[in-house]
Write a protein that binds this ligand. Structure first.
Ligand code: GLC
Length: 459
């Protein structure tokens, strides 16, 4: 009989506890591509002229970039860490790299944006992550590969390794590293396994994502090399389902999601997902994921002149205000979906508490939770701090005294304090399509009979 997805069985080392405590990170896709307002891959997607793009990128000078303002906004919005694009597929480097002059430090801005980002975010108390793309659309050797162009490939590979090591050497502690764009190479071409070892020497506490490519030489690393959804055996410390919220049962995971639609950097004329949609993704990540829950890495594409778009700030701050009140249901939560609760919203847990995150507020004074097997000690409407009445009979909990009007525009939360870690009975653990179908038959038979007639009686 299948019930809920089995809990993850691995344990999280102390040095990575911050990641599960955080739950919520900010992805920042920013570079010279923002000028075009058609996404971070505009160079390739529109098959632009490389030299003209390089001219525009080199002239790019975002004068309104204020990393402290970014960090302050991120902190208020409830993000606990961030991940910044140091170099996307266009090859333009956002730091002072010793290995190229195609960078913000050597071209128009004459600034090391990576350093400024790291210092400001760290000062605001956030953990820092770096995004780095394997792909560099400027380098033919990257695409020709080691067979066709061994010399060019050796140089390209050395360049990549040097840059990654440079990023992990010159900027103090880096908490999170997000490789991307491994196509069309694999882990053996790229020397991912060797590079990973060197990265760990430089940064013993770092968490490295899974986009490191497939390895034939290192058995067991059956990489997808791409979005990394599901229980894959790829290299890396955490899975990165992209535009998806999928549990990785073998390791930590972080779903990366846009606030808009598909593209990651600033887009002109974009439409924005509403705040409750974004918050629901965060809650879903926290709810899914068995023992350790999942994280949401929510994206922002700052404008070419260096600002977070107001549409983003408005939504992020609304979620931040919600987290100020309801954060205990998210940060450090232990996953949820304890009982079947889809008719009302989502659930998370933390220690002995069960959090009911209500999507549908129907105005009735009572809420009935079927199948909670753990004894309840107290119930609080977290949104207002109000203590709620309750009655528990067998495995049925009826909460009383709910206000008619929803107490908040975003999801209200009820905290159910239990005597031990909350658990459902067997029936409650099963979802619609799971479990013993005879249990369903018995439920129907016992309560109304067996026939198609209204009264269930056979004629
Ligand atoms: C995809 C996109 C890339 C983006 C990344 C974020 O790989 O191709 O542009 O940076 O997702 O996860």
């Amino acid at each position: 009989m299948t019930t809920q997805a089995p809990a993850q069985t691995f344990s999280v080392p102390d040095k990575w506890q911050w990641f599960t405590e955080s739950r919520y990170g900010l992805f920042i896709h920013w570079g010279p591509y923002a000028q075009f307002g058609r996404g971070e891959q505009v160079l390739f997607r529109e098959h632009m002229n490389q030299a003209e793009y390089a001219d525009a990128a080199s002239a790019w000078n975002p004068e309104r970039f204020d990393p402290e303002l970014w960090a302050d906004t991120a902190r208020k919005a409830g993000f606990k860490y961030a991940c910044f694009t140091t170099r996307h597929h266009d090859g333009y480097c956002m730091w002072d790299s010793a290995y190229t002059d195609y960078s913000s430090a050597k071209q128009a801005p004459k600034r090391d944006f990576v350093r400024e980002y790291i210092e400001a975010f760290r000062k605001a108390g956030l953990r820092v992550g770096l995004y780095y793309s394997w792909i560099d659309w400027r380098l033919p050797a990257y695409f020709d590969g080691p067979e066709k162009d061994p010399e060019g490939w050796a140089k390209a590979k050395e360049y990549l390794h040097n840059q990654v090591k440079e990023l992990l050497t010159n900027y103090g502690q880096i908490d999170h590293f997000f490789f991307d764009g491994v196509w069309p190479r694999n882990a053996d071409d790229l020397g991912s396994v060797e590079l990973l070892e060197e990265m760990r020497k430089l940064q013993p506490n770092i968490l490295i994502n899974n986009r490191l490519g497939y390895s034939e030489q290192h058995d067991g690393y059956r990489a997808d090399g791409g979005i990394g959804a599901g229980d894959s055996d790829t290299l890396g410390d955490f899975g990165t389902p992209e535009h998806l919220i999928v549990v990785d049962r073998k390791r930590l995971w972080e779903s990366c999601q846009v606030t808009t639609w598909r593209l990651w950097s600033h887009v002109f004329g974009e439409r924005w997902r509403p705040a409750d949609y974004l918050l629901d993704m965060l809650v879903e990540c926290a709810e899914k994921g068995g023992a350790h829950g999942g994280n949401l890495l929510l994206n922002v594409g700052p404008t070419a002149d260096g600002q977070f778009p107001p549409e983003f700030v408005e939504r992020a701050e609304a979620i931040g205000r919600w987290l100020d009140v309801h954060g205990e249901a998210i940060y450090g939560s232990d996953g949820g979906a304890i009982t079947e609760f889809i008719t009302r919203g989502r659930q998370t847990t933390r220690g002995n508490n069960l959090y009911l995150i209500i999507r549908f507020w129907d105005g009735r004074p009572t809420l009935r939770l079927a199948d909670l097997a753990t004894r309840v000690k107290g119930v609080t409407l977290l949104t207002t701090g109000q203590t709620l009445g309750f009655a528990q009979q067998g495995d049925e909990l009826v909460i009383d005294g709910l206000p008619q009007e929803a107490p908040s525009r975003l999801f209200p939360v009820i905290r159910v304090e239990c005597e031990g870690p909350p658990e459902a009975n067997a029936w409650g653990k099963q979802r619609l399509w799971e479990g013993d179908p005879h249990r369903v038959a018995e439920w129907a038979r016992a309560q109304r009979g067996t026939s198609v007639y209204r009264d269930g009686q056979e004629r």
